[in-house]
Structure formats: C-alpha cells, structure tokens
Design a protein around this ligand. Structure first.
Ligand code: GLA
Length: 528
C-alpha cells in the first residue's frame, strides 16, 4: 500500500506538471509582440523587499501576490503590533514603537503550490525606501475627476491584478478642491469653512469615506495641493494654510501629497533658491510630524536643481522635468527626451528620495493639450512602450500609470506588470542606472542591484533595427556573466567580455548580468 505521504508527493508532482503545461499553453497563445510571460496559477510574491514606516504610525501593506485564488497568506516573525488577514494578504496595525529592522518572511499557498519572500520592515524616520508605485488620475480625468472615478480606479487596481505586482497608490491630482470665484455649481462655493479648513468640491462628498474605501482594499491614497494660492488648474491651494492643510490631509487618511509649485511663483521670488525651497521645507516638516506617514511628492519641474536638495527638505521624490504629456517629441517620442534628461541625474536617487520623470502614459490616455477630448489609445509602438517601462525601472523612478484604469487592455498590463522588471525598479540598493553610453544611435543604461548583478538596458534610438552592445570594460565587469532576458524571463546563457543584442527601432533589450558564481535574488529555478 502506498503511504499518504507518497500520494501527496504524486499529487504535488501532477499539480506541478499541470501548472507547467498551462504556462506553456498560455505563452503559446500570447500575441507575438507580448514580452511578459503570463503569470502561472501558483503563488508568486512580488513587490519591494524593504518597506519603511515611522515608529508607532498606522501600517498598511497588501502583499503583492499573483496566482489563483483562494490564496492563504501567513507571515513569520511579523511584529506583534501588526496583523495579517490570511485571506486577503493585507497587513494592518501600528508600526512598532521601537526603531529598527524587522525581518519578516511572507508566505502564500494555494492549490497549485506555495512560495515565500522576505520583507524587511524598517521602522525609522525614512519612508519611501523604494520608489512609489500606483496610479494618478491626471492624464485621464484632468478637471473632471470625481469620487466615483477614484473608487473605480482603486477597484480596477485589484481586479486587473496590478496590485499583485506592487502597484499600491491611488492618487487624486488637481481639481478635487473648490475654485475661488467660480460660478460652476460643481466646483464653486466657499473654498474653506469658517475655521479655514479646505473644502472638497461637490464631486468629492466625503474624503474620509473615500480613503477608507481605498484602504479597505489594502491600497493607499494620494492627494494634491500647491504651495501657491491656486493650483495649476486654478483651484484652491495651500498658501498661508499649510499647517491646517497638512493636518486635514492626514486626518482624511491620505498617504501621499503631491505638492505642485504652480502659482507660488506669483507670491515669492522662486528664482532665489531659498525662496523656492521654503514652501517645501515647510510642508516637508509638517508632514514629518503628522501622525501618519505621508509621502511627499514634490512637483516643481526641476527648478533650482531640486535633486540636490529635495530629500533634505523632506521630499520623497521630485519631478525633474516639465509635464511629459505636453512633450511633443521629435523623431523619438516625448518620453525619451524626458527620460534622457532624468537619466543624467543618477547620482541623486537614493532610498527615500527619487528622481521623478513623470507618469507612464500608455493604454487609453487623455490629451494634455486638449483636456476635454476623449481618451485615446497611445500611439507608442509596442517596442516603445517596453522601452518606456524599462527606462523608468532602470532609473528607479516612481511607477505611476496615468491612463484609464477602467479600460486596461492585456497589452498595457503586459508592459506594466512584469515582476522581474518591477524588481529592478524596486531593488533594495536604491541606485539609479548610470549612462554607460549615449550616442545619437544608442543608449546603454546600467543599474547595480543589491545581489551584485547588473541590470542593463540596451536602447536603440534609431528607426531601424540595430545591434547594441555593452562591454565589460565600460561596465567595470570581469569574468563570465550569466545573462537573463528580463522581459521574457528567460536565460540567454553565459557571456564573456561583452554582450550584444539586436534591438528593434526605438526599442530595448533589458538584461540582467549575473556574475557566474554569485548567489543572486533571481531564484535558482529561474536560472536553470
Ligand atoms: C502641473 C503638473 C501636472 C499636473 C497639473 C495639474 O502641470 O506638472 O503633473 O499635476 O499641474 O494641474
């Protein structure tokens, strides 16, 4: 008679074979310009390996995990002040009062298998230890954003599977407040109450209920204001109400503030560095003393070389350029120009403070020059979209999709949701890729990763396929390197001295070079 253990083993073996078979079948059915292989039914935990929180503050983290539901989550060595919901994988509670590093092992199991991944919760003053990931409404809704749209986006973040890869923030941009001196019934009326508290417009009936809904999904909520009297779209700003507004945003339950310079230049001489820094220092300080963690996303378009001082004034990220959606591009699409400018600033990115080259505009996306026009499908080619996402990830950029969450298509998700690409963005070392080579024809970016491997993007800037290479000498590499094709999640063998690939027009090949004998974050199964 065979033992129960034997039966279990056979069961696991068959389930494994079935899973592999389904994966091969699913991959064979993908259109050929899709690069990311479909996720299997077995559990796969993704997202950052390190997460910062201030002592004693509310904690919220939804374990990003692909695979068939129902799923059962557990965590080893979770601090006693935190609780994990075993069905949803959402961790809530209060961060420990004692600063330090808490090493937790996250575990997930379903009918197809089980997996684990470590997460270090770092309790201290630095938050945003890896670049923020999420969605921002601006390039879809502009002046029309409403509570319903935000809820729809939050729901879609879960239902589309994006949250299973680490997308977490649902950010409201401009146009939620009221508009001074407006006769519009939706946005008019007093901009503040008798106590001076800022009031949302009628499209946002209850901000606390909105953030509670977002939090109930295990996601985080972001809001927007300006240090000037008016926002860029001429809604009420925070000028001379900074303390009240910071308190209000925290009390409503927001987890991120985008603070956009806009009309501040009308009330201060922002060509002087001290004047430019002043409102950010003020808001940064106020948020650091709030009773919840609020990430500060500075938006002042790179003025005064913000990358040199953004972190000191309390920023967790800072826009380095103007609006990507307004960028016209030339022979290369606009994201390349913005990306190339941002790529020059690699030495300034660090855990807790990131260069922000603006949002990811793919999928169905509105027109920044004609904001009332209906959203249209991006005109970027598939290769350009993979270049965009690769460049942003190599640059450790915040990853905010800003297309329509209610009209996500499989290709857009294929670009946004590759776990190995996201691992590069979220790498614990927190380094931004350096430019190894930049000519009129090609660009090579290289990002050192925590495990000693090197992520390399080989970009073709021309309009025809072209061979792009990296030489070990330029990258200060030695010896044999295992080469992993990151997008296709495939190993390409071993290279010595240099590595070359044919790259499509305006496209990219993204590889990870792993020293032959190194222990790496890429699992041995991936490297076989
Ligand atoms: C500026 C910012 C954009 C967006 C708009 C809103 O242009 O750069 O990202 O927030 O304001 O009005």
């Amino acid at each position: 008679m065979f033992s129960a253990k034997y039966h279990r083993r056979i069961g696991f073996l068959l389930a494994g074979l079935l899973t592999a078979f389904i994966a091969v079948l699913a991959q064979a059915q993908q259109p050929k310009d899709f690069r990311t292989p479909p996720a299997g039914p077995e559990p796969g935990i993704h997202g950052p390996r390190v997460y910062g929180v201030r002592p004693g503050h509310p904690f919220l983290y939804r374990i990003p995990c692909t695979g068939a539901r129902p799923m059962r989550f557990s965590a080893r060595d979770l601090p006693a002040t935190l609780q994990l919901d075993p069905n949803t994988g959402v961790i809530t509670g209060m961060a420990p009062a004692k600063p330090g590093k808490y090493s937790v092992v996250l575990q997930a199991r379903n009918h197809h298998g089980k997996t684990r991944r470590s997460l270090t919760i770092v309790v201290g003053q630095t938050i945003g230890l890896t670049p923020q990931m999420g969605w921002n409404d601006w390039y879809t809704y502009y002046g029309h954003i409403s509570d319903t749209d935000v809820r729809t986006a939050a729901r879609a973040m879960i239902d589309s599977g994006m949250a299973d890869y680490g997308y977490q923030f649902i950010d409201i941009d401009d146009c939620w407040a009221r508009k001074p001196n407006s006769n519009d019934p939706q946005t008019g009326g007093p901009v503040r109450d008798a106590q001076g508290r800022i009031l949302p417009n009628s499209r946002f009936p209850d901000m606390s209920a909105l953030t509670a809904y977002i939090h109930s999904l295990g996601l985080k909520a972001g809001i927007y204001s300006s240090p000037g009297p008016l926002t860029c779209a001429r809604y009420e700003g925070s000028y001379q109400h900074e303390q009240q507004d910071a308190a209000q945003f925290a009390q409503w339950g927001f987890d991120l503030l985008k603070y956009d310079l806009c009309s501040y230049s009308h009330v201060a001489n922002t060509s002087q560095l001290a004047e430019l820094q002043k409102p950010y220092r003020l808001m940064g300080g106020l948020l650091q003393h709030a009773d919840r963690d609020v990430v500060l996303n500075m938006c002042e378009y790179g003025k005064g070389d913000v990358w040199q001082w953004g972190k000191q004034v309390g920023g967790n990220s800072w826009r380095t350029t103007g609006d990507l959606g307004l960028e016209r591009g030339n022979s290369l699409p606009g994201f390349y120009r913005i990306g190339l400018a941002n790529a020059e600033l690699s030495e300034y990115a660090q855990p807790g403070g990131w260069n922000d080259p603006d949002y990811i505009l793919i999928g169905m996306v509105g027109n920044a020059r004609n904001q009332n026009a209906p959203a249209r499908h991006t005109t970027l080619t598939p290769d350009e979209q993979y270049s965009y996402m690769s460049m942003w990830s190599l640059m450790a950029s915040p990853l905010f999709f800003s297309g329509d969450m209610s009209k996500l298509d499989p290709f857009t998700l294929n670009v946004l949701c590759n776990p190995e690409v996201i691992d590069i963005d979220q790498d614990t070392l927190g380094r931004q890729a350096r430019i190894l080579r930049k000519t009129a024809q090609d660009l090579v970016l290289a990002k050192p990763l925590q495990d000693g491997s090197l992520a390399v993007g080989l970009f073709n800037l021309t309009e025809a396929p072209r061979t792009v290479s990296i030489s070990w000498q330029d990258a200060q590499l030695t010896g044999a390197q295992r080469v992993r094709d990151v997008w296709r999640e495939r190993n390409l063998g071993t290279a010595r001295g240099s590595f070359s690939r044919t790259v499509a027009a305006h496209g990219v090949e993204l590889v990870r070079l792993i020293p032959r004998h190194a222990k790496t974050g890429v699992s041995s199964a991936q490297l076989q």
